[in-house]
Design a protein around this ligand. Sequence first.
Ligand SMILES: NC(=O)c1ccc[n+]([C@@H]2O[C@H](COP(=O)([O-])OP(=O)(O)OC[C@H]3O[C@@H](n4cnc5c(N)ncnc54)[C@H](O)[C@@H]3O)[C@@H](O)[C@H]2O)c1
Length: 422
Amino acid sequence: MSESTRRAFIQTSAAAAASLSLVPGAFAASDDTLRVGLVGCGGRGTGAAKQALRADPKVKLVAMCDAFMDRLEDSLRELNGIKDIKDKIAVTPDTKFDGFDGYKKLLEQVDVVLLCTPPGFRPIHLRAAIEAGKHVFCEKPVAVDVAGAKSVMETARLAKQKNVSLCSGYCYRYDYAKRETVKRIHDGAIGDVSAMHITYLTGPIWHRGNDPKWSPMEYQMRNWYYFTWLSGDFIVEQHCHNFDKANWVFGGKMPIAATGVGGRQQRRDPKYGHIYDHFAVTLEYANGAKLFSFCRQMERCDGNVNDHVIGTRGSAQLMAHSISSPGGKDWEFGSETKVKDMYQVEHDELFAGIRSGKFINDGENAANSTLMALLARESAYCGKRLTWKQLLASNQNLAPKQYAWGPIETPPVPTPGIYTFA
Ligand SMILES: NC(=O)c1ccc[n+]([C@@H]2O[C@H](COP(=O)([O-])OP(=O)(O)OC[C@H]3O[C@@H](n4cnc5c(N)ncnc54)[C@H](O)[C@@H]3O)[C@@H](O)[C@H]2O)c1
């Protein structure tokens, strides 16, 4: 089959399956293999590739791209060593791409793309993929600045027009136990939600060292977590999961303002770029409800990752999947109930949607959850109450002047009262 005939075949088959309400995977002819490409071959990208290859019987990993060829090769070696998926790997020397523009060449080779780079690149990669008519799995967060989040919102609309899937890596929404818990909250099990307390208190994560051969850009790219243009700071990069759960619990209603504090007490070495190591933010909703957000990444401190929902008639713990009323424990998701790993469910549902023509689109939720984290970050950085309207009126764009190996500045650590939100 020629390329255009093949694409038409997959799309027509999906549409036909949708109109006939066929079960996922109900294709009649032979060349219905979905060709997958991975962009960003780190820990999560390698995991996502495994899950994609296990999600559907006729899927092949045909292309990979990473800023660095050594990272791509490590990932490919790992994937090739896994018994149940190695026969589905068809990456050749001609379909390995590196550098900043590698994703463009990869997009020419695939039907489905897994976007797993640091989030600073997500809006650009996502737009290019959807414009090219590809189905996408796209890790969280989806942006590091307001311009990026707005771009993702537009791209999500485009995905709907183009009938392609956009599945986000806000994975808790794909966890059966959390789905059941949130459904009960939405059904009124704890009355009206008046507050939510979200915590992401952990230890520090990796630092990948330095090498005199690396340019400042290579140093930042390899240690991307510590640079806001690449990661969004850890409140956006990691705590965004909790913001997404709050977005879910509050039924997609966005906060009207945030007031935050934050700073860095342990991450003082310049090797840690310019991100903070703790934040505490209160977000306000139009109906008076509050979202209290705490995140910290420090050594020798207590850990706690939780989402506590407080309602007018009880409370719920999302991580424990339990609901309590003032008189005692009412409901808990049975620990004896076997549930599938949420990371696998994301891909199972993505591929089932592609096969059936019922395309997933998580884009708007993903952009909004990311914006909530941006609102919280910026209020703490500037030391001001920041409104949702002010956030959306901004076109904050943290991208560097150019994506090229060589010199790049490290911005100062934001000082509240001095830093301004543009
Ligand atoms: N949903 C989850 O639970 C979860 C868990 C872990 C990570 N993640 C997300 O996945 C993303 C990646 O995280 P990770 O832990 O795999 O990081 P990682 O550093 O292990 O991998 C990222 C890879 O992307 C590559 N890369 C950077 N810029 C690129 C570009 N422009 N083009 C191609 N490749 C590029 C890097 O070289 C690196 O190999 C992050 O957004 C992170 O938040 C999500």
